[in-house]
Design a protein around this ligand. Structure first.
Ligand code: GH3
Ligand code: MG
Ligand code: MG
Ligand code: MG
Ligand code: MG
Length: 317
């Protein structure tokens, strides 16, 4: 029976503390055209799994440093992106061992010694699943890309539901034109969460996302006038247009934002205060013929930089 037809060669990590077992398995696998990597203990298996990215792992259970169940759970935890099939090969043959093998992250559990035919058949099944998995991955990547494209077209940031940068720039262009025509004051505010990298480091990226959502909500609530608008300008950076607002009004707005943030008291153990704070840069002008989107953004960004360098948790105009 030739099961190897149409099965492309795999890179298989063979993990077993007994060198005779490893050699036997490796020669079986080589005979049907596969490439092998070898590990004689759990630590070596994990190092090769991370460094060599095998296509399949054949994993012993009883080893001197770690048992195979623990090794499998670590492999699952370290897996980045794709899925690597793990087949246990053990001399333990009670149902409870099989159960534990699957629970720890294994995909199959075979009892040693295993015939060449069974091994080939199991590898074939795993190969088929791997192919399906990579097709699914491709579909999900494609969906994510279309989502990003849609997000750009819709002008909305999907995390915070605020305007995204592209839509904001277009809106700022319009507001500059209106203010120039009506000779009205226009205020642009750029603000940035203080030490947000440390926030992620302390609480994790998901908590970071939730924090961004809360800050976005708070900024939206603080912009009370119908033509005020708030955007997520970049990672942890927000931008606001306050049409018809002079410098004094902008500072009142800034104080309101800082007060609300203080009251929210979102814990931040590693910032300038014990809670999440923002720094901001404010530009106010009555636009003339030379006023541009880029120019206003640059001035606000310079003011933001000054607020950061003077100690953060402040707005500078
Ligand atoms: P500074 O006070 O100088 O602004 O320090 P910072 O740590 O806030 O600034 P830095 O630019 O060094 O880091 C910004 C961090 O924001 C790093 C990045 O991982 C995080 N970030 C950006 N976008 C997102 C996001 O969508 N979600 C989460 N959770 N974090 C994000
Ligand atoms: Mg063993
Ligand atoms: Mg920064
Ligand atoms: Mg920041
Ligand atoms: Mg930033």
């Amino acid at each position: 029976m030739d099961l190897s037809a149409s099965l492309p060669p795999l890179r298989i990590l063979v993990v077993d503390d007994q060198s005779s077992t490893r050699q036997h398995l490796c020669s079986q696998l080589a005979a049907i055209g596969h490439h092998t990597l070898e590990a004689d203990c759990g630590d070596s298996a994990l190092a090769q799994f991370d460094g060599q990215h095998p296509d399949v792992v054949l994993l012993d259970v009883e080893m001197p440093d770690h048992d195979g169940y623990w090794v499998a759970s670590q492999m699952r935890a370290h897996e980045s992106g794709g899925w690597t099939p793990i087949i246990f090969l053990s001399s333990r043959d009670c149902d409870q061992d099989l159960w534990q093998g699957i629970e720890s992250g294994g995909d199959d559990y075979l009892v040693k010694p295993v015939s060449s035919t069974v091994l080939q058949a199991k590898l074939r099944a795993m190969q088929r699943l791997r192919r399906m998995q990579s097709r699914l991955q491709a579909v999900s990547d494609e969906l994510r890309h279309s989502n990003e494209r849609l997000e750009k077209l819709s002008g909305e940031d999907s995390l915070t539901r605020l305007m995204n940068r592209r839509a904001f720039d277009a809106r700022l262009e319009q507001e500059i034109a209106c203010a120039r025509r009506d000779q009205q004051t226009l205020t642009l505010v750029l603000c940035d969460i203080d030490h947000f990298k440390r926030y992620n480091d302390s609480f994790g990226h998901l908590a970071g996302d939730a924090c961004l959502q809360r800050v976005a909500h708070l900024l939206r609530e603080t912009c009370r006038r119908p033509r005020d608008c708030a955007a997520r300008y970049g990672g942890e950076e927000f931008a606001l247009i306050l049409p018809g607002t002079p410098r004094s009004g902008a500072m009142t707005f800034a104080r309101a934002v800082m007060r609300t943030l203080r009251n929210c008291n979102m814990l931040h153990p590693d910032s300038v205060e014990s809670y999440v704070t923002l720094s901001g840069g404010i530009t106010t002008c009555v636009p003339d013929a030379d006023t541009t989107v880029e120019g206003l953004l640059r001035r606000s960004d310079d003011a933001l930089y000054t607020a950061k360098s003077r100690g953060r948790n402040r707005f500078f105009s």
